[in-house]
Design a protein. Structure first.
Length: 284
């Protein structure tokens, strides 16, 4: 089988890229042929077989200087003809059996999905975050958990100013999400792969193609995992005071029962998540 992976970055930048390269290695070991498409970037693994088809590098964090460059960057987030043309050329040469999309947002845009549809190649997309339900990715507004856009639509981002507390930045992301929904930009995707049931449930709640959601854990067979008695230590703050607590996977979840140490004190700042926000501290 020929698999063409599509991701905006093609170096080990974070968890999405780590999954991408580890999955590709497993596929190669099984005898599949693998190729990549992404954005031109100085840190990309080299050589890139189809690097000459990649759209040019654009820096979005922080935004590029000048009104003209920022306007061009916003336009590229909404639709990128260069990305669509480039992927079409890579598909024509590689002739993949499937296009596996990952984080295509912003730098590539979902326009690449249309290239796969035009070529008649089936496409799947692994969701590595909440972007399709939450314009700012994280289900956070400042330091508070927020699902306003999940239940109320992307324009809620203007009210919450969830992107860096900025009305302008939040408006851009809200408009991006709204436009991609009304134009069915992700329509060519046949299956949306979720690494967790929770993520899939969030997407279903937001109306993100609920009939196409598939839960596939990243390199984990959950059916063979047994509860462990190994202790997990966390700092928890239900009331502004930080308490060292220890739980095991076989014990009730944090927030109900735990074996607490005697240490308590202030001066360890952190957000509160529904009363309890564990902060893992290796070595404690």
């Amino acid at each position: 089988m020929r698999v063409l992976h599509v991701n905006k970055f093609l170096y080990r930048r974070g968890g999405a890229e780590g999954y991408l390269f580890d999955l590709a290695a497993l596929q190669r070991a099984r005898g599949d042929e693998v190729a990549y498409f992404g954005m031109t970037h100085p840190d990309n693994d080299s050589p890139q077989r189809y690097g000459h088809f990649f759209p040019p590098h654009v820096q979005l964090e922080p935004p590029p200087p000048g009104i003209a460059k920022r306007a061009a960057a916003v336009g590229r987030m909404l639709h990128s003809p260069a990305s669509r043309r480039g992927l079409a050329k890579a598909i024509a040469d590689f002739r993949p059996d499937v296009v596996h999309a990952h984080n295509v947002y912003h730098q590539l845009s979902p326009s690449v999905l249309r290239a796969a549809a035009d070529a008649g190649v089936p496409c799947v997309l692994t969701m590595h975050d909440y972007k399709l339900a939450c314009p700012s990715y994280q289900l956070l507004a400042g330091r508070a958990i927020c699902d306003a856009c999940v239940t109320g639509g992307p324009w809620q981002a203007l009210r919450t100013r969830c992107k860096d507390g900025s009305l302008g930045h939040s408006a851009v992301l809200a408009a991006e999400t709204w436009l991609h929904r009304v134009t069915d930009a992700y329509g060519p995707v046949r299956a949306f792969i979720s690494p967790s049931r929770f993520l899939a449930d969030v997407m279903a709640k937001a109306g993100v193609y609920p009939d196409r959601l598939r839960v596939v854990s990243h390199f984990v067979d959950g059916s063979v995992i047994a509860p462990s008695s190994s202790p997990v230590t966390a700092w928890c703050s239900p009331d502004g005071w930080w308490t060292k607590r220890v739980w095991t996977l076989s014990s009730p979840p944090p927030g109900s029962v735990g074996s607490a140490s005697t240490w308590r004190g202030r001066g360890r700042p952190g957000p509160s998540w529904s009363g309890w926000r564990p902060r893992l501290r290796p070595g404690w």
